[in-house]
Write a protein that binds this ligand. Structure first.
Ligand SMILES: Cc1cc2nc3c(=O)[nH]c(=O)nc-3n(C[C@H](O)[C@H](O)[C@H](O)COP(=O)(O)O)c2cc1C
Length: 242
């Protein structure tokens, strides 16, 4: 039990370059996929397909796609930022501002600055994508919703379970994983679907790059204590103590 909790705590986002000379083996990819296949899904619908890309030429083509950043992303992302480690430690949710390009940190100066700085974040993303030796995309069919689940809320949660199973397996194999949600944005998704023959009716739910980090990602990771989110018997009675 302790080992499982330890693994969960050690799993982290590897926002680092991966070693291009150390490809993730097909055997390890298989284990990651198998872990995903055993995830719980609403009504056991197993409402996903996984597209694995480990061909360097295709990875390079994907890395060359432009990823426009929307205003709403900048504005909503801003709300999750802490501008110092002390602030993040105090808030216990969100992420450090330092991990984003400077223009993403000033929601009021969006239009001009994003354009100017897009090149930097774009370049960084290219490097990140180029340095990964495998990319997995979880695809789903939005028309096949979980029974009576409005907006397929349950189906989408199911894909989250699949992602977590895969992430934990990757962590246990010493493989870094970094979610790149930007591939699901309208324009990149359209291009990737065309490039990889993904049928129109499928959506890219989530994508993540895999590899062996060239250095260990070191950044402050925070979580709320149980007393910060768990209520006992009645809402508002925080923590588990009587
Ligand atoms: C659905 C989902 C989407 C995410 N999208 C991104 C992303 O696009 N880029 C990124 O760097 N991290 C992304 N993350 C990672 C989270 O930012 C990260 O899990 C969170 O900050 C906690 O950090 P940790 O993974 O190191 O524990 C995503 C995570 C989830 C579950």
């Amino acid at each position: 039990m302790t080992d499982l909790l330890q693994l969960m705590k050690e799993r982290q986002s590897s926002r680092t370059p991966f070693d291009p000379k150390a490809p993730v083996s097909r055997q390890d990819l298989q284990q990651i996929l198998e872990a995903g296949s055993w995830a719980p899904t609403a009504h056991n619908m197993q409402n996903f397909e996984a597209l694995v890309v480990d061909d360097n030429k295709i990875l390079k083509q994907i890395s060359e796609i432009e990823f426009p950043v929307s205003k709403s992303f900048i504005q909503e992302n801003y709300l999750q930022l802490s501008f110092s480690e002390e602030e993040l430690q105090c808030k216990k949710t969100g992420v450090l501002a330092t991990m984003f390009p400077k223009s993403w940190l000033k929601p009021n100066q969006i239009p001009l600055k994003i354009q100017n700085e897009n090149t930097d974040s774009q370049t960084e993303r290219h490097h990140q994508l180029l340095s990964c030796t495998a990319l997995i995309m979880l695809l789903y069919d939005p028309a096949k919703r979980a029974p009576a689940s409005e907006g397929d809320f349950l189906g989408i949660m199911s894909i989250g379970c699949v992602l977590e199973n895969m992430w934990l397996m990757a962590a246990s194999l010493g493989i870094g994983l970094h979610v790149v949600s930007a591939l699901s944005a309208e324009e990149p998704e359209m291009k990737i679907k065309k490039m990889l023959d993904i049928p129109d009716f499928l959506k890219i739910a989530i994508s993540f790059r895999l590899g062996y980090p060239l250095f260990s990602p070191k950044y402050l990771r925070v979580r709320r204590e149980i007393g910060g989110f768990a209520h006992i018997n009645h809402y508002g009675k925080l923590g588990l103590a009587d």
